[in-house]
Ligand binder design. Structure first.
Ligand code: PLP
Length: 388
């Protein structure tokens, strides 16, 4: 099909929830490059919203998918799955947590984390059922995840929402203290808010929140769906803060493009018993085998360290561009304050064959694959300067 035929079919049959799409359909990719139906090649600085950390069609991932497809894709978790057990072990080794449960997306991982926090308190009989989250947070589109998300625009049509969620402004410790009650079961946050424009939490705020939570048996759920798997220059964003959350959620980059989500938890919090939670697909042979290969490749190519170094280099270059008033984020999770015309800038960059995102009209959002090179960053910055 050519682009027009794809657009016509989409318009007639697809339930469009993504608004006016960028007028392009991609058919193949290699590394940082992604090619459309006309054979035009773009540099991908958005990685499918922070997913394709190894770039497109990485040979290790292609080989793993092919080999696994020939062996076994799915059995359900009614049976033991070697790669599921090994991935859980691998994630425990790379985090402050001890066990993992697998889902298929970020929202589903967050649903699992919310349920885990609630069942932990239910089984302890504390009577704590409620969750504090942050304003401008984004935790996904399922009903509890939407209730957790601190943005009215995502919630309004779905009222009444799952009860028990309170949203407080970010980095405001007094507001947090005032929101805590004897019903508070957990605090849930992205340590660097992504979707709303790359807003990091203050280290002092995190420290103070942890102190209050530790004193009151309030669990900390750290949403690392966007920040996890090395994007910020550490395996997890919490490592920048010197704290250890009780529950961590992951998705996006973990499968390198194959859908997978994960809930990690410390042993003391693992309150799920057989029958308490579940899903048909979560952690199947394909998804967990690929995720293991993603982690192995990240190590082999030293991509977490590179994300830290290249992210710093990128941020410095961006901050020198005329018209840029600020650069936020860590590693290769970057928000660029441009004051105005962010959407126009993204459109112009697209015409020059670069993919990136915008939040509102004042922030550019850049989330390249972790394989991006300094040369590619230089060219991106030159082009961005022209477009601004
Ligand atoms: C921090 C965060 N949490 C949760 C989600 C939801 O993940 P998914 O779209 O895979 O359901 C996202 C997606 O952008 C996210 O950035």
């Amino acid at each position: 099909m050519d682009l027009q035929q794809i657009k016509d079919t989409d318009k007639k049959y697809f339930m469009n929830t993504f608004g006016e799409r960028t007028p392009v359909a991609f058919v193949s990719g290699k590394g940082m490059d992604i090619t459309d139906t006309k054979g035009e090649v773009y540099k991908d600085f958005f990685a499918g919203i922070a997913v394709t950390a190894l770039g497109h069609s990485h040979p290790n991932i292609v080989k793993t998918i092919k080999e696994q497809a020939e062996k076994l894709l799915h059995t359900s978790s009614l049976y033991y799955i070697e790669s599921q057990a090994c991935l859980a072990k691998e994630l425990a080794a790379r985090s402050c947590c001890d066990r993992a449960y697998f889902a298929n997306s970020g929202a589903e991982a967050n649903e699992g984390a919310i349920k885990l926090a609630k069942i932990y308190h239910y089984k302890k009989g504390t009577g704590r059922t409620d969750i504090i989250t942050l304003k401008k947070s984004f935790h996904g589109r399922t009903l509890a995840a939407v209730a957790a998300t601190g943005q009215e625009k995502y919630q309004k049509p779905y009222a009444p929402l799952t009860p028990g969620f309170t949203h407080v402004p970010i980095n405001d410790i007094e507001a947090f203290k005032n929101a805590v009650t004897d019903k508070t079961a957990a605090f849930m946050a992205e340590f660097i808010q992504g979707e709303s424009g790359v807003h990091p939490l203050d280290p002092d705020y995190i420290k103070a929140v942890f102190e209050i939570c530790r004193k009151n048996d309030i669990l900390i759920i750290d949403d690392e769906i966007q920040t996890g798997v090395g994007r910020t220059g550490k395996m997890f964003a919490y490592e920048h803060y010197g704290v250890e959350p009780d529950i961590i959620t992951m998705a996006k980059a973990l499968g390198g493009g194959v859908p997978i989500g994960a809930v990690l938890a410390k042993e003391a919090v693992c309150a799920f018993q057989p029958g308490d939670h579940g899903g048909t697909f979560g952690g199947n042979h394909l998804a967990t085998t690929v995720a293991l290969e993603v982690l192995k490749t990240i190590d082999e190519e030293n991509l977490i360290q590179k994300a830290g170094e290249n992210g710093k280099y990128f941020a410095e270059k961006l901050s020198k561009i005329a018209g840029v008033s600020g650069v936020r984020g860590k590693g290769l999770m970057i928000g660029v304050a441009v004051g105005k015309n962010a959407k126009d800038i993204v459109r112009k960059m697209f015409e020059k064959k670069y993919l990136l995102g915008a939040v509102g009209d004042d922030t550019l959002r850049i989330l390249p694959p972790l394989i991006v090179t300094k040369e590619e960053i230089d060219k991106f910055c030159e082009t961005l300067e022209e477009c601004i």
